[in-house]
Design a protein around this ligand. Structure first.
Ligand SMILES: [Cu+2]
Length: 315
């Protein structure tokens, strides 16, 4: 999703502003020396070209201390300036403000899951209030992923078994893309999420509405299953409307006859769906890769039952 084209990309977040400034600084220096050296090259080639019929001996030059000092000292100082400027911005980008709100990010094939301080979990959508610093504490459930917000110029690898972090300071309301920047498997290109930056009052209203929804009390198993499917990011791999994704669609799955990679055909009943959640790579549907992560241990039995109840509603 594109962010509004009326604003300058360099102003959408603190880091994007700083990173762009360093980039332009280096580009300007490089551009200046490119024009200077190539300009002189062309100028000298014309000015001192060999003229027809003129025999001129090339002067024998042994050195020029003043010139040598200039071309050693000036570029050295410029390189130190680039280093110091870059380091300053890097330190700023790696040092979260002390009042940063903490959000847990869990990456898994092929979903981003965000856990807010109030306990809510949302898949593939991160909402942040404008002007409020946020620290993302990230871990992966399976392979190495990369959390990347191109418009913010911020990117951080997300590793299994080790926390990494990123901190953001949104400066413009809008909608931005979040990509996975490390090839992580078949569904890598689908591993996208959306960052929505909202003005403070709207954000507070959204949080209140979500919390109310959550506390609205007794859900039916199918409603609970739907919420679980969404918060666990099931939609990253399985469509519910029959459209193709990395995994089979869940539309009409319950009670249907599926052909497995072994050639065998089975009915997708409660037991088949339970096994597909806990031992997903035992009975893989023909035409699909055995890449689904196991939810054994991470889903309780009543949650599995709720998910199956939800699948029954997807006719
Ligand atoms: Cu990934």
């Amino acid at each position: 999703m594109p962010y509004p084209t009326t604003l300058k990309a360099s102003e959408v977040s603190l880091a994007s502003h700083d990173v762009d400034a360093v980039f332009i600084f280096i580009l300007a220096i490089a551009g200046f020396f490119f024009v200077l050296t190539q300009g002189l090259l062309i100028y000298f080639a014309i000015r001192y070209r060999k003229k027809k019929g003129v025999e001129e001996a090339t002067p024998y030059i042994t050195g020029n201390h003043a010139l040598e000092v200039v071309w050693i000292v000036i570029p050295s100082l410029l390189l130190v300036a680039i280093f110091v400027y870059g380091l300053t911005v890097f330190i700023k980008m790696r040092t979260p403000l002390p009042n940063a709100a903490e959000i847990q990010v869990t990456a898994s094939q092929f979903t981003w899951s965000f856990k807010y301080p109030d306990g809510r979990s949302v898949a593939n959508e991160l909402r942040l209030p404008l002007g409020q610093p946020v620290k993302l504490i990230m871990i992966s459930r399976d392979v190495i992923h990369g959390f990347f917000i191109p418009a913010y110029r911020q990117k951080q690898d997300v590793l299994p078994g080790s926390y990494t972090y990123l901190w953001l300071l949104p400066k413009q309301a809008g909608t931005y893309d979040i990509y996975c920047s490390q090839y992580c498997g078949t569904g890598h290109s689908l591993m996208r999420a959306t960052l929505i930056v909202m003005p403070q009052p709207q954000y507070q209203a959204w949080v209140a509405a979500e919390l109310q929804k959550q506390q609205a009390g007794a859900q039916s198993p199918a409603e609970r299953g739907k919420a679980l499917f969404e918060s666990a990011g099931g939609g990253g791999c399985h469509s519910i409307d029959g459209s193709p994704k990395v995994g089979p669609t869940l539309k009409g799955i319950f009670g249907s006859r599926v052909t497995l990679t072994t050639g065998q055909s089975v009915v997708a009943d409660e037991e088949y769906l339970r096994e597909s959640l806990e031992e997903p790579n035992e009975q893989v549907v023909q035409g699909f890769q055995p890449i689904m992560p196991s939810f054994r241990g991470s889903l309780k039995q009543d949650e599995i039952a709720a998910l199956i109840a939800y699948m029954k509603t997807l006719k």
